[in-house]
Ligand binder design. Structure first.
Ligand code: PMV
Length: 360
């Protein structure tokens, strides 16, 4: 498919108003997307677990209007929010060609997250995917006749234009994004990983340790840009293709030992790219390293398959199979929670993606 296939050609503009509501989760990448060109076209393929508990709930009310500008209000956690407006305005401008009714309506975007505000957890993946699903529902209320498959693809395509990794939150349990030889994925949208998944990877657990809740010093937008002309970029992009191919067979065979190796190597490579860009930067904090060392020691002592991954920040995602749930949660409570701000962590697990919600 090409971007042209996502243009809505005609719609019923006599509809005066309506309301739609969706929830959409965050996701955690196993092979990381870092480096992009044009508008969120990734320089390498990525694959992620979709999460369950960390999600955004968004209700969009639309009311017909006359003026020819974008018009919308954002309500975040019950309070009118001006700070999010520029990001949404940029998103609307980018997707207008595909969603041509955006200037015909005034939108009230009422949104909230299930995870604590300013926890250092990026809400752009859950937020942009929830908004994309709302727009797809509106498109259908305005008469578009789509298959369910097309709705999911276009929602992922739109979400990608809001925030790259958001395209991997529409479905679960594993989503691949970015052209590669191991799957049928595309640079334009994420697809559900359709390879075999061994029971070892069913209901995989992710406990997110809130090591640092502060604002990041360097945004991912800037980080992605620093991959242009990065001395190790080409090798890194190749490595991501190789790691995705390896993960595909690991998911089929259930090889947890090699899963751990690839996932941790990907996390450290992501941060190595940050440390070796110009300008260089470090997003890990001392407690990030303390936690990593504790995880390694625990894994060795207990013959465990627990491992860590990181996104673009200091927080640590602790990944483990469901069979180790009780023991690892005990370990986190007793030995890792002291490294978290206010001892806070979020217990999450793999989920199935966005869900349509009833309007109250
Ligand atoms: O979607 P963005 O532009 O915020 O980039 C996210 C990049 C990482 O979270 C670091 C990796 C990934 O693949 O999610």
């Amino acid at each position: 498919m090409t971007a042209q296939d996502f243009i809505l050609e005609s719609y019923n503009s006599t509809i005066e108003k309506g309301k739609v509501k969706w929830s959409s989760p965050s996701n955690i990448a196993l092979v990381k997307y870092w480096g992009k060109r044009d508008q969120q076209i990734p320089q390498n393929p990525s694959i992620s677990f979709t999460l369950s508990n960390c999600k955004t709930i968004t209700e969009v009310t639309y009311v017909k209007k006359d003026s020819s500008d974008f018009s919308f209000d954002v309500i975040f956690e019950g309070v009118k929010n001006e700070a999010f407006k520029p990001k949404i305005e940029t998103f609307f401008k980018r997707i207008e060609a595909y969603v041509p009714f955006l200037k015909d309506y005034h939108f009230t975007i009422d949104t909230s997250n299930t995870f604590p505000h300013s926890s250092g957890i990026a809400s752009s993946a859950s937020g942009m995917s929830a908004l994309a699903m709302c727009l797809m529902s509106i498109e259908q209320e305005l008469g578009a006749q789509y298959s369910e498959e097309f709705v999911i693809k276009k929602a992922s395509f739109l979400a990608r234009l809001g925030s790259g990794s958001a395209c991997r939150s529409i479905e679960g349990e594993l989503v691949v994004w970015g052209q590669n030889d191991s799957t049928d994925s595309s640079d334009l949208y994420g697809i559900k990983f359709d390879g075999d998944i061994h029971p070892n990877f069913k209901n995989y657990q992710d406990t997110i340790l809130l090591v640092d809740k502060g604002e990041k010093q360097v945004s991912s937008t800037v980080g992605h840009k620093l991959m242009h002309g990065h001395p190790f970029a080409d090798e890194r992009f190749k490595q991501a293709h190789d790691n995705l191919a390896k993960l595909k067979s690991i998911f089929a065979s259930g090889d947890l030992e090699n899963f751990v190796k690839i996932v941790e190597s990907e996390a450290l490579t992501l941060h190595a790219m940050m440390m070796t860009s110009m300008p260089y930067f470090i997003l890990m904090k001392p407690n990030t390293l303390e936690v990593i060392n504790k995880i390694w020691a625990y894994r060795k002592a207990n013959n465990s398959n627990v491992c860590f991954t990181l996104d673009a920040g200091a927080n640590v995602h602790v990944l483990y199979p469901e069979s180790e749930q009780d023991s690892v949660l005990e370990f986190i409570k007793n030995e890792l929670s002291d490294y978290c701000q206010n001892q806070q962590y979020i217990v999450d697990f793999v989920g199935n993606g966005a869900e349509k919600l009833k309007i109250n």
